[in-house]
Design a protein around this ligand. Structure first.
Ligand SMILES: Cc1ncc(COP(=O)(O)O)c(C=O)c1O
Length: 365
């Protein structure tokens, strides 16, 4: 009987809750206002010939490279950052190798690492989800072949400093180190450019988050030209579709749109923090477009997510992530959406007695 490789059979299945996403979608860290109107205008111009031909990636890759201050040979456009992660795992990991992540983090690292047959070394984040620098350095061995770090991290929103990350890249010189900057625009600090000093460093950026193009599936992988050339060999020549390639330049041109959305998210972040703090609800300082908050126990976070859904707001229960029992991740949207969110949140807290419980807990503690 046909059977998948044993390593693949062990991979847990991952079903993001995408079904029935009606209402205000604060569950997947997308741009809640959608993409730039310039992208939609470009979409409307497309005709049958644009769809009939195989997509040519290189010219747009060169534009993205210029935008990122890199040479085209240093950039590979991918089918979302997910494909970049998958490629790195395929190229650098063999069965028995070690691949290191800091948990909790983005689920797809583990899945692709396991599918490649690697042993996944999960280093738990420190208190308050701080980056566990010492422990990461300690767990790097001669078998480590890939280290994947989301910075800012998902689902916590916490960050490691550029110095901490560089120290890891330097020490793990025989290992590919991916710094996944999917939420870069909300944080502003990057390791892009450092790949010229460290040939083992890769940096990813996505167009799924602040650019509002998750449905088009485009990401960029930056790295040393020799390594990027190797990755190109196993990458499908048509990995990024024609519609995405046609729209990407319009998205890049509208940087005012990006700046104004980042402003909206930053003020939403402050407003949500101002709502949570007096209620005694723990949350972690986030440098991304979401906040992770501890709502109560596992049953309480589930009830909270259901209450929010019943009022038309989708948020994500992260209780099953390591160290996140009772935690919910709330994507930050526009100021207007946040005003609505805060009204509904207040209702949820009152109805479920959440704030009261937290206060009692705080008094007892
Ligand atoms: C840290 C991180 N990396 C990558 C991704 C996936 O990005 P893409 O849509 O470009 O595949 C996500 C999506 O949630 C993410 O949080």
């Amino acid at each position: 009987m046909l059977s998948a490789r044993s390593q693949v059979r062990r991979v847990p299945s991952y079903h993001p809750p995408l079904a029935g996403r009606d209402g205000l979608r604060l569950d997947f860290n997308e741009n809640t206002a959608g993409c730039s109107p310039r992208v939609l205008a470009r979409l409307r111009e497309l005709g049958p010939q644009d769809l009939a031909g195989y997509p040519e990636r290189e010219p747009i890759e060169a534009k993205v490279a210029t935008f990122l201050g890199a040479a085209p040979s240093e950039i590979l456009l991918t089918n979302g950052v997910d494909e970049a992660i998958h490629l790195l795992c395929q190229v650098y990991l063999a069965p028995g190798d070690e691949a290191l992540i800091v948990v909790p983090t983005y689920s797809m690292y583990r899945i692709y690492m396991m599918a490649a047959g690697a042993e996944v070394i999960s280093v738990p984040a420190g208190p308050g989800f701080q980056f566990p620098q010492k422990e990461v350095l300690r767990r790097i061995t001669s078998r480590t072949r890939l280290i994947a770090i989301a910075n800012p991290n998902n689902p916590t929103g916490t960050v490691a400093s550029p110095e901490q990350l560089q120290q890891i890249v330097q020490l793990a010189s025989d290992s590919a180190v991916l710094i996944d900057e999917a939420y870069f625009e909300f944080h502003g600090k990057t390791l892009l450019g450092a790949h010229r000093d460290f040939p083992n460093l890769f940096v990813t950026r996505t167009f799924s988050k602040v650019y509002g193009l998750a449905g088009l599936r485009v990401g960029a992988l930056a790295g040393n030209p020799e390594q990027i050339q190797v990755l190109r060999r196993v990458c499908s020549p048509y990995n990024v579709n024609a519609v995405a390639l046609a729209c990407l330049p319009a998205a890049l041109e509208d940087q005012d749109y990006i700046r104004s959305y980042v402003d909206e998210v930053r003020s939403s972040r402050i407003r949500l923090e101002q709502c949570l703090s007096p209620l005694g609800i723990s949350y972690w300082p986030s440098e991304a477009n979401f906040i992770l908050a501890r709502i109560g126990d596992v049953a309480m976070s589930a009830a909270f997510v259901e209450y929010m859904r019943s009022r038309g707001i989708l948020v994500r229960d992260r209780s099953s992530d390591p160290g996140c029992e009772g935690c919910v991740r709330i994507t930050l949207g526009t100021r207007e959406q946040t005003a609505y969110l805060l009204t509904v949140l207040q209702g949820a807290f009152d109805q479920l007695g959440i704030a009261q419980r937290q206060r009692e807990g705080a008094l007892e503690a």
